[in-house]
Design a protein around this ligand. Structure first.
Ligand code: SF4
Length: 352
């Protein structure tokens, strides 16, 4: 932060009569309630919404997709922050490891806390608000994990979790009298009963589902991202396109440097076409309806194109055992080859 910004933040802080908090807002019920509780106490709030390549506000799966509407309803300013390359770098080697999938929750939350703290300092705010609930998530919401995250980010005394506030030592803003501790909750665990009654109290008519949109906790997606990471060079990071590709189709590992992705329906075929890039080989059956396959490889080998063609044929309407024509296209150049569909058991051995 520049000296000028820092001076402005201090002046703003001195002028204010009520405390100011920076809220980590996901658009889910918990962070919305945390903000509501603080607004009730007269706290001025600015929100930050964090997007990662794996947790998309627009995924439609859960928490994040409504964040902008939620901030508007709450009448608070919202800043969206995208963690791109820095997030992928962390994901290659998270200091505190992974949860049950490829979710590096402690490192991920640390990045979020750090960014919230930066915003807090820049805007002259006094503390950070999160919707975290003690023991709700096994990796990042245990007392030990939360302590680690605070230590890593030097935020001790700055993180107020209104939903579980009474279960934690008082934060600085409570000690200074800016927030009344008596009005905080002491929710613990995965039940949403108390949150749903709070939602009713605050007039939230359609509380969002608990299911989060983070793909890194999804077992199937975790296998794919693990495979991708394992096949990168030490200092190489996946591209945005690589990550988007993981979200579509059936995935197969053909060799250290070659992967095949086959669409499961028309929409996925369309997406695969749009994600084709560089030296990708696009493969489809010529004479039978069927999917699109993308062969993504660092070293082109004709034998891999043949194998991929047999696999793409398997998912087409081509009768088993019949030799049939396949069209392949690379960099706008098409060519044809003949193949017989691969046996399902052999295909399954290659599935990621
Ligand atoms: S579930 Fe995903 S977004 Fe949430 S803390 Fe874990 S890694 Fe981060």
């Amino acid at each position: 932060m520049s000296k000028k910004d820092s001076e402005k933040a201090s002046v703003d802080q001195a002028r204010r009569t009520k405390p100011k908090g920076v809220a980590l807002l996901s658009g889910g019920l918990d962070s919305t309630l945390a903000v509501k509780m603080m607004l009730e106490q007269g706290v001025e709030i600015e929100a930050i919404a964090i997007k990662t390549p794996f947790c998309d506000f627009d995924c439609g799966k859960g928490c994040g997709h409504k964040v902008k509407e939620v901030a508007t309803d709450l009448n608070i300013p919202l800043k969206t922050v995208y963690f791109g390359k820095e997030y992928l770098r962390m994901l290659k080697r998270p200091k505190f490891g992974f949860g049950s999938g490829m979710n590096p929750c402690i490192d991920c939350r640390s990045m979020m806390y750090r960014r919230a703290k930066e915003h807090m300092l820049r805007t002259g705010a006094d503390f950070i608000i999160t919707g975290e609930v003690l023991h709700q998530r096994p990796m990042s919401q245990t007392p030990r994990a939360l302590k680690i995250i605070e230590e890593e980010t030097h935020t001790k005394g700055l993180i107020l979790r209104p939903l579980s506030g009474k279960s934690f030592p008082p934060t600085d803003v409570e000690i200074n009298g800016g927030v009344n501790r008596e009005e905080l909750c002491n929710i613990s665990g995965r039940s949403r009963k108390t949150q749903l009654s709070l939602a009713k109290k605050f007039g939230i008519l359609d509380p969002p589902n608990a299911a989060g949109g983070c793909l890194l906790t999804d077992p199937q997606f975790s296998k794919r991202i693990r495979d991708l990471m394992q096949h990168l060079h030490a200092d190489e990071l996946p591209s945005d396109n690589d990550i988007e590709l993981l979200k579509v189709g059936r995935h197969f590992r053909l060799s250290e440097s070659t992967k095949l992705i086959i669409g499961r329906n028309e929409l996925e075929n369309f997406k695969l076409r749009s994600l084709t890039c560089g030296s990708d080989v696009l493969i489809e059956a010529k004479d039978f309806p069927g999917p699109i396959g993308i062969l993504r490889t660092k070293h082109y080998e004709h034998s891999q194109v043949e194998k991929a063609s047999q696999m793409v044929l398997r998912y087409s309407d081509c009768p088993r055992g019949l030799e049939s024509e396949v069209i392949t296209a690379q960099n706008g150049k098409t060519s044809n080859l003949f193949a017989v569909s691969m046996d399902t058991r052999d295909i399954e051995k290659l599935r990621i």
